[in-house]
Design a protein around this ligand. Structure first.
Ligand code: ADP
Ligand code: ASP
Ligand code: MG
Length: 405
């Protein structure tokens, strides 16, 4: 008997038929003698629909009310999944995040899990029940409902797996595993049998939506090995685990594209000590994530700064920059027609020439590079958004990452 945490994403529980499919998969695992805690997301599209309704009523909704609202998506699926199990003779109990003892901090819409009190859940498990837990939600010390950021059901699953010391954590989604690139955009992408936490973390934070970034961080911190696989077939998926020596033999593990970025250019600012500090302090104080900073060589006492911010934070960036630019001088412009393409691999630490190979592949496809940044295990470039899918298809063959290589 093993103790298994399974997580089913939005498409996997998208309608009544799919919930029945999930229930029969749970039953098979239960009949095989396993203990099961199952995390489910809201049906695909529900969280976005709820958000759209909120914004139609109020352009900047209260974050407390947003959490109150968004949590209902998952609450629907836990009850329906439990009922589907009852319908096929499996004992099951549904739990909201609060009932599952998932305590978070007070930061609405992107709360962090602080502790999990799994005692009630353990009792129901010991009584022979399958436990169905609402993903993406928790409760803070004031008794308020919180949510864990978009894609947060992944985090619920991984945190529960750590809390109850599960033998296995399985993340079921609508693709067969983690691929060398998004398989919906790059049909020739190849499924990876395994990937390190560091690589998965970079791919997630650079735009591969297959796993929530924070869930991978959590898994790495607590050593939760997990498998990403499909809820629609029985194919083996991708194991995500601590890096092992042979992983460095592969230079580039995958390619990620992020279309939700904007490029900011602050031009004609004074070229003297303290200017960049003033600009980026203003953004830091507004908690805006800045990436890919490039400053050109100053001319005539003036300099230009370019960087990227998440598209969703663009309006706040405009507001935060205005007072700083009154002090430093200069103008600001934004370009939303950009995307960030990145290649990721722990093998880059010990191999050279990766940047040249990437730039060659993009040049052959006629794609221009606007900004470039590198770190130990990734290279990112900013390119035109309308060429991003083409670029995503051009990069993998250069690194032997397509199905035919
Ligand atoms: P779920 O609703 O199950 O959480 P998501 O939509 O969040 O599913 O994540 C699965 C999607 O991630 C896939 O449908 C795929 O289009 C996308 N994706 C992006 N990059 C990758 C990648 N490298 N490997 C696999 N899937 C990817
Ligand atoms: N329903 C939430 C979302 O759409 C959480 C999740 O699906 O993981 O972001
Ligand atoms: Mg997801």
């Amino acid at each position: 008997m093993a103790r298994i945490v399974q997580k089913y994403g939005g498409t996997s529980v998208g309608d009544v038929e799919r919930i029945k499919n999930v229930a029969s998969r749970i039953k098979a695992a239960r009949d095989a003698g396993n203990e099961l805690v199952v995390v489910v997301s809201a049906r695909a599209g529900v969280t976005n629909e709820l958000l759209a309704r909120a914004k139609a009523l109020c352009p900047l909704p209260s974050e407390r009310e947003l959490d109150q609202l968004l949590a209902i998506g998952e609450q629907e699926t836990i009850a329906l999944t439990a009922m589907a199990l009852h319908g096929i003779g499996v004992r099951a109990v549904s739990y909201t995040g609060a009932q599952a003892g998932i305590f978070t901090d007070k930061v609405h819409t992107k709360a962090k899990i602080r502790t999990i009190n799994a005692a009630p859940l353990e009792k129901d498990l010991a009584d022979g029940n399958v436990i169905i837990v609402a993903g993406f939600q928790g409760i803070n010390d004031d008794g308020q409902v919180t949510t864990l950021g978009r894609g947060g059901s992944d985090l619920t699953a991984i945190a529960l797996a750590a809390a109850i010391q599960a033998d296995k954590c399985e993340i079921y989604t609508d693709v067969d595993g983690v691929y060398t690139a998004d398989p919906r955009v790059v049909p020739a992408a190849r499924k990876l049998p395994e990937i390190s936490y560091d690589e998965m973390l970079e791919l997630a934070s650079l735009g591969s939506k297959v796993m929530q970034t924070r869930s991978v961080e959590f898994a790495a911190k607590y050593g939760v090995v997990f498998e990403v696989r499909s809820s629609f077939n029985q194919n083996p998926g991708t194991i995500v685990k601590q890096e092992v020596a042979y992983m460095e033999k592969v230079v580039v593990r995958g390619v990620a594209v992020d279309k939700d970025q904007a490029k900011v250019v602050v031009s004609n600012i004074a070229d003297k000590p303290g200017t960049a500090a003033r600009v980026f302090r203003a953004l830091a104080e507004a908690s805006i994530n800045v990436d890919m900073i490039v400053q050109n060589v100053g001319r005539g006492g003036l300099a230009n700064l370019s960087f990227t911010v998440p598209l969703s934070e663009k309006d706040r960036a405009v507001a935060a920059l205005a007072p700083a630019l009154r002090e430093t001088g200069g103008d600001v412009s934004f370009d939303e027609r950009i995307a960030k393409l990145s290649v990721v691999g722990v093998g880059m630490r010990t191999h050279s020439g990766v940047a040249a190979t990437l730039f060659d592949a993009l040049a052959r496809a006629g794609i221009n590079l606007e900004l470039i940044s590198t770190s130990e295990i990734k290279i990112s470039v900013i390119i035109a958004k309308d060429r991003a899918d083409e670029a995503a298809r051009a990069a993998p063959p250069a690194f032997g990452l397509d199905a035919s290589s």
